[in-house]
Design a protein around this ligand. Structure first.
Ligand SMILES: *Cc1c(COP(=O)(O)O)cnc(C)c1O
Length: 421
């Protein structure tokens, strides 16, 4: 098993907190010169990874405390996922949906069973799955609910993050995500997150769906008040409105349960899934719902060339199999207690507030300590990779396979950085 003692064996942290890493610097510079600057990456260049550890081109090891924004819930190079991918690569990778392949039914049945739903519509990226949910909700509104054509409304929450398409950024309230990309698609109404009364008030006869994240990941791991998800379920049912839960980041074990909605024993009408569904190997997303909802789509009305391809389905089916045992969810819950206990001890000692659920945390760093970016750079110099969000919040989402010792070691580094120890 991976031990922490070998981390940082080749690169030497310098006094200004950067790492003297000659090859990393060259690769990093090349990458920065030849790409659009739509990201602000930490200056690390990863060449190899296993489990919760990544190794850069200079041989320096880092504990991954971001896990690809939860796309790597099962860690890097999970042996069963890799084996499933390797096996499928040699047999068949893609047919398009013009033909059916032998992995398709298996994946859809497995994921449907995991979610307790009848039908699965596979796509590739999270944003595509969200777009799919929007289309399905509108179609359901016109065909089933009887809303007048082209007047469907979807209620979303303030502080949301659902992806980067023009439709989706149009209902974001983050100026970085939105400004400069209009004109935007109409039909979305925004209400404050966590406020069930405001949500109910926004419902009109044209409302077809409520689309929310059960926990807002990009927003900084914002957990709504207890009872909110239940209230959303009750209100949407009473008004004949669909409840679409964007579980792309919160779902699939991250919070200690299969779905974040499980914490309130709530079952939405549509699960929107992505990220970890591809096992960190291929992009796999899906909308999962019952026949009375997903059944509104007919041939020609929606599609994707790569959605549900054989490689994606083989990996996705293995992801479902791993989740079906419940082991990683349990592990996430158990290690989540360690995470919470340790982070709560930082409140007032460099952290203003912490929010955790399972192996997922948002830490609002005291601005006196530094920006979120500065904290992440200091963590990197200590062999821990994490990412800031919204200025002063650090998000921690280590792979669910992380060992307790490694997790504690990573939290030691965070504690040292924020307490100035
Ligand atoms: C990441 C994310 C998306 C978008 O997924 P992509 O694969 O990046 O398109 C949508 N919703 C939530 C909640 C996410 O975290």
């Amino acid at each position: 098993m991976t031990s922490t003692t070998t981390h940082g064996t080749t690169a030497t942290p310098t006094t200004d907190g950067t790492v003297d890493a000659p090859r990393s610097q060259a690769y990093f510079q090349e990458a920065q010169e030849r790409t659009a600057h739509n990201y602000h990456p930490l200056p690390v260049v990863v060449a190899h990874a296993e489990g919760a550890w990544m190794t850069d081109v200079d041989g320096t090891r880092y504990l991954d405390m971001l896990a690809g924004y939860s796309a790597l819930n099962f860690g890097h190079g999970h042996p069963e996922l890799l084996a499933a991918a390797h096996e499928q690569l040699d047999k068949l990778t893609l047919t398009s949906r013009a033909f059916v392949h032998d992995q398709f039914g298996r994946f859809c049945a497995g994921l449907g069973d995991l979610a307790g739903k009848e039908l699965v519509l596979p796509m590739n990226t999270g944003a595509e799955a969200v777009e799919t949910a929007i289309k399905v909700a509108r179609k359901w509104g016109y065909d089933i609910k009887g809303v007048e054509n082209d007047s469907a409304e979807i209620i979303v929450a303030g502080g949301n993050f659902h992806g980067r398409t023009t439709t989706i950024v149009g209902f974001s309230d983050d100026p970085d995500a939105r400004d400069g990309f209009g004109p935007f698609a109409p039909g979305f109404v925004q209400v404050p997150y966590g406020d069930a009364a405001a949500l109910e008030e926004a419902i009109t006869p044209n409302t077809v769906a409520v689309l929310i994240e059960p926990i807002q990941g990009e927003g900084g791991v914002v957990i709504p008040p207890t009872g909110y998800l239940r209230a959303v379920r009750e209100i949407t049912t009473r008004h004949n409105v669909l409840f679409a839960a964007d579980e792309i980041q919160a779902g699939l074990g991250r919070t200690g349960r299969t779905f974040a909605c499980d914490h309130e024993d709530v079952v939405p009408d549509l699960y929107v899934l992505g990220k970890a569904l591809g096992g960190g190997i291929v992009p796999v997303s899906a909308v999962v719902a019952n026949r009375d909802v997903l059944g509104v789509l007919h041939p020609g009305q929606h599609g994707s060339t790569f959605g549900g391809n054989a490689l994606a389905c083989a990996v996705g089916a293995k992801v479902v199999e791993i989740l079906a045992s419940g082991e990683l969810q349990e592990r996430s819950e158990k290690l989540g207690i360690v995470l919470r206990t340790r982070l709560e001890s930082l409140v007032g000692r460099g952290a203003l507030a912490v929010r955790t659920r399972g192996l997922w945390a948002g830490i609002d760093v005291d601005p006196a300590v530094g920006t979120g970016r500065a904290v992440c750079e200091a963590l990197m110099a200590r062999g821990v990779l994490a990412k800031d969000t919204h200025g002063s919040t650090i998000r921690l989402a280590p792979p669910l396979v992380v060992t307790e010792d490694d997790l504690n070691w990573g939290l030691d580094q965070l504690e040292a950085v924020v307490t100035g120890g």
